[in-house]
Design a protein around this ligand. Structure first.
Ligand SMILES: [Fe+2]
Length: 135
């Protein structure tokens, strides 16, 4: 499974730090998960979910400040993802190990393709905004 690589960098330090942090969290939590402990598995999914929610908040705030024109469709993608994860999370109640793996893989794969495709679209505009408005 893909790990962090510098090709994911957007050159927006706060966002890059959080993106990289997601991969660290995913590795730390999922690598040693006890697949027989469903409370723990649920807890891991919630940690990933909360981390990503916090990240979305930061990102959406930055897009708002930057006046990014396509912000609504970007936020809609975040919303779609959150909805999908909360649906898939219910499947954990079936206590099937494969569903945990399917869910955590989905989260990671979605995150990667979101960084590489959707986040890339705001990159230039946000970099210009930050260069004119140092935080
Ligand atoms: Fe995003």
């Amino acid at each position: 499974m893909e790990n962090w690589t510098d090709s994911y960098l957007l050159d927006i330090s706060e966002i890059d730090k959080q993106h990289r942090g997601f991969f660290e969290l995913w590795e730390n939590e999922c690598r040693n998960a006890d697949l027989n402990n469903y409370d723990q598995l649920k807890n891991i999914v919630e940690k990933l979910e909360n981390y990503i929610l916090e990240h979305f908040k930061t990102e959406e705030e930055l897009l708002r400040k930057s006046g990014y024109a396509d912000i609504e469709s970007h936020i809609a993608q975040h919303g779609f993802f959150i909805q999908k994860v909360s649906e898939m999370k219910l499947e954990l109640n079936y206590k099937n190990t494969l569903l945990f793996e399917k869910l955590t893989m989905f989260i990671k794969k979605w995150f990667i393709s979101h960084i590489m495709q959707t986040d890339r679209k705001y990159r230039d505009e946000v970099i210009i905004y930050l260069s004119e408005n140092p935080q």
